[in-house]
Design a protein. Structure first.
Length: 336
């Protein structure tokens, strides 16, 4: 990880703070590299502790100990039965400093293109009208719909609807694996411009998976719901608030991010394509993505054996679920 000292990222009197509901160590290790690489842009990064896993919490605390001038841990009371969106709202409603711009990145943001974080900040400063500025996110159903419309994603893989909860773009692990492989090949071949030099226009009033979103603290503070708990953040911030205020959200094409998986994709994607996260890990550790796609002979064998065992286990679980008339475990309504 880049340990270079932070320089001021302030623009006038406005601070720029990034935040992440955290988290899972295997993903945060990737994201932390990108955050540290962007210390010249970011004033502070807050890890919002949304996990009870001791190893994950310990990893966050080690990061804070190592970079106390940059990373900060933020906690809120946790309730076991609370929906994930409701629990994260406890943090969101506190991100209201009137002199701060906030950028939220999910913990499984596994790729951050050079200049993407700065592009979000600059777009937020330049465009006051949208309630949220949204990232151009690989593996985000609405963005994938737009990528497919631009010819980046083959229709033979399945048509992705302009719908946050699209059965293909949001739920399918097989589709996500193909999408990541296509994107990774472009990323390592220096062909990212084809993903960010395209129109990313949508009405800004429909539900959008909030993997990378940017807002003014003053705007969040102005919402009456900032004094309440029990708010489902995603539909509230991407549908209800923009409609209420007549301030449609907008995507920033230049702010290119990769998002690893939604809840319906995650287990199977990690099982059938473990090399994908490994490739993202390699890219995150190196400022230059070139030569990070090809696997060594040992890695090829290791991942091949992992995938073979995973297919057997998945087949068994599916057969067992079908026999019992049950849906496979691990499903939740809202994507994490």
């Amino acid at each position: 990880m880049d340990a270079s000292p932070a320089t001021s990222a302030r623009t006038g009197d406005c601070r720029f703070v990034t935040v992440t509901p955290a988290g899972r160590r295997r993903y945060m290790e990737i994201l932390a590299n990108y955050l540290l690489r962007n210390r010249h842009v970011i004033d502070e990064h807050q890890w919002w502790v949304n996990t009870r896993e001791p190893e994950d919490v310990a990893f966050l605390l080690r990061l804070v100990d190592q970079y106390p001038d940059f990373f900060r841990v933020v906690t809120q009371p946790m309730h076991g039965a609370e929906e994930i969106g409701h629990s994260i709202w406890r943090f969101m409603r506190q991100a209201t400093d009137p002199r701060t711009i906030y950028l939220r990145l999910d913990d499984d943001v596994c790729f951050v293109a050079e200049g993407a974080i700065a592009a979000m900040r600059e777009a937020r400063l330049a465009r006051r009208e949208p309630f949220l500025m949204l990232g151009n996110i690989v593996n985000n159903a609405i963005c994938t719909h737009l990528h497919q419309q631009a010819g980046l994603v083959p229709t033979k893989w399945g048509l992705v609807a302009e719908d946050c909860l699209c059965p293909i773009g949001w739920r399918s692990p097989a589709f996500a694996a193909k999408l990541h492989r296509r994107f990774l090949k472009d990323a390592t071949a220096g062909k990212l411009d084809r993903w960010r030099e395209l129109p990313m226009e949508f009405d800004g009033l429909r539900r959008f998976s909030i993997n990378a979103i940017c807002w003014f603290g003053a705007d969040m503070a102005s919402l009456p719901e900032s004094d309440r708990t029990g708010v489902d953040e995603e539909p509230f911030l991407t549908e209800e608030v923009p409609r209420r205020l007549n301030r449609p959200n907008a995507i920033v094409p230049e702010a290119l991010f990769g998002h690893f998986a939604f809840c319906y994709q995650r287990r199977e994607l990690e099982a059938i394509a473990p090399e994908i996260l490994h490739r993202y890990q390699r890219i995150a550790r190196h400022a230059d993505a070139a030569n990070c796609y090809e696997l060594s002979a040992a890695e090829t064998i290791r991942f091949g054996l992992t995938k073979a065992g995973a297919r057997v286990r998945l087949g068994y679980r599916r057969a067992l679920a079908a026999a019992k008339g049950l849906r496979p475990a691990g499903s939740k309504r809202r994507a994490a």
